[in-house]
Design a protein around this ligand. Structure first.
Ligand code: ATP
Ligand code: MG
Length: 418
């Protein structure tokens, strides 16, 4: 037999039901905050990701699924969606709209990583992107939407960490200070970080290797190297979070793995997730639209991992299954009569089913029980001839007869909200 690909998971119906809860919350809250859905392709030209995410990031260096198209061009399965959304934003001139442009997306992303719990090669994200505002309140809104989403799903043990990376002018100054610090400690860093010193020194702060963490404990803090404007922006974001009662932790080491971030960056983790503890993350990327050839446009967004949310989703958040009706039809005349009722039930919006294989009442009732049916409509040849059907209440086991023609309506009024 042929197996699925390593790190690429099937979502079987039970699991898919949990995902529907998460997706419904994402859609409902996005709409509530006035974000509109955008669906961008799952593959793009490779250069889009290399240019936006950054050539010396983990994603671009080693995690992308890149392949050659038949005409020789290089294409990549999207490792994240921001790059594609920004491309679409520029391509369709969405910035021409006088209102702020706010989008959300849901969908699969692809990264070649070592598969483990909460880390897959095809995974899914819910994310938002808000274009056009430099106001710290835009940052607060995005964070507040993220926090509301995670809180409404009752996910346990969440912490929101926040930092400021400064603007494009602050970064080189800080990079120098950080490099000066790292140079004396090069030998204590892992191979990867020694290389990062040459390519992307900020990433050293993000390294998970314990010796690297110790070595950089005393490293200069980004937040001590902010320009007055960057500092003020950060303080206003923090003030906004305070005003809305959103709890956070200042983490001066939080740098995030993508190059395009500026100013505010944040990450939500959960202590219930084990090693892969990041639930979602985001930040400002005021330079990205311009980097990709569009007009200078401030922007901010977040992305959360659906798999990690699904791992934590408490059972109490799942809706109880709807009440369904089972039609037990058997016999030459009973089956067509029963199928007529089944069709009517469905036309009336009543979730209903039958079993085309069951030949006896006993077999039908067993299936009805398995499916958790609230009512069973029984129609055999005798009933069909009399123009009657038996309604059985599965909870009380009570039964009574109804005229065939009224059966579907009668059941619908019992089950559907008035
Ligand atoms: P991590 O530190 O866990 O590798 P990341 O910084 O690479 O995360 P982002 O690119 O910020 O993650 O993506 C946002 C969210 O998407 C993460 O917080 C996580 O929940 C989820 N995510 C990222 N990569 C994967 C993956 N390979 N499998 C499942 N979920 C993922
Ligand atoms: Mg990663």
């Amino acid at each position: 037999m042929i197996h699925g690909i390593k790190g690429v998971k099937d979502l079987l119906p039970e699991e898919a039901a949990r995902w529907q809860v998460i997706e419904a919350a994402a859609r409902r809250l996005s709409t509530l905050y006035d974000y509109r859905e955008i669906r961008v392709p799952i593959f793009e030209v490779t250069e889009l990701f290399a240019r936006s995410i950054g050539a010396s990031t983990d994603i671009v260096e080693k995690e992308m699924y890149t392949f050659q198209d038949r005409d020789g061009s290089s294409l990549t399965l999207r490792p994240e969606a921001t790059a594609g959304v920004v491309r679409a934003y520029i391509e369709h001139n969405l910035g021409a709209s006088p209102t702020a442009q706010k989008f959300f997306y849901l969908g699969p992303m692809f990264r070649h990583e070592r598969p483990q719990a909460g880390r897959l090669r095809q995974f899914h994200q819910y994310g938002v992107e808000a274009f056009g505002s430099v106001s710290p309140w835009a940052d607060v809104e995005v964070i507040s939407l993220l926090w509301r989403f995670l809180s409404e799903l009752h996910l346990p043990g969440l912490t929101l960490e926040i930092n400021s990376l400064g603007n494009a002018a602050d970064r080189p100054v800080y990079k120098e200070a950080l490099l000066d610090f790292l140079k004396g400690r090069e030998k204590t860093l892992c191979q990867n970080c020694q290389r990062r010193m040459g390519t992307n020194p900020l990433r050293v702060l993000d390294c998970k290797v314990p010796t690297c963490r110790t070595a950089t404990e005393e490293a200069p803090k980004l937040t001590d190297h902010l320009s007055p404007q960057s500092r003020q922006h950060f303080q206003e974001v923090i003030g906004g979070l305070d005003a809305l009662g959103i709890p956070y932790l200042l983490n001066p080491r939080l740098v995030r793995g993508l190059d395009y971030y500026t100013l505010t960056t944040f990450e939500v983790t959960s202590q219930h997730l084990g090693a892969q503890n990041a639930v979602g993350a985001g930040g400002r990327y005021d330079g990205l639209v311009e980097t990709l050839g569009g007009p200078k446009t401030p922007a901010i967004g977040f992305a959360v991992g659906m798999e990690r949310i699904a791992l934590m989703l408490p059972a109490s958040t799942l809706p109880s299954p709807g009440k369904m009706v089972f039609v037990a039809a058997f016999g030459q005349k009973g089956v067509p009569a029963g199928m007529q009722i089944l069709h009517e039930l469905r036309s009336l919006g009543v979730q209903s089913d039958s079993d085309y294989r069951a030949l006896t009442l006993k077999a039908h009732l067993r299936q009805a029980d398995r499916l958790g049916a609230a009512f069973v409509l029984i129609v055999g040849d005798d009933e069909a001839e009399k123009g009657q059907v038996i309604l059985r209440d599965m909870a009380s086991k009570e039964q009574h007869e109804l005229p065939l023609s009224a059966a579907a309506h009668s059941v619908a009024t019992r089950l559907l909200p008035a």
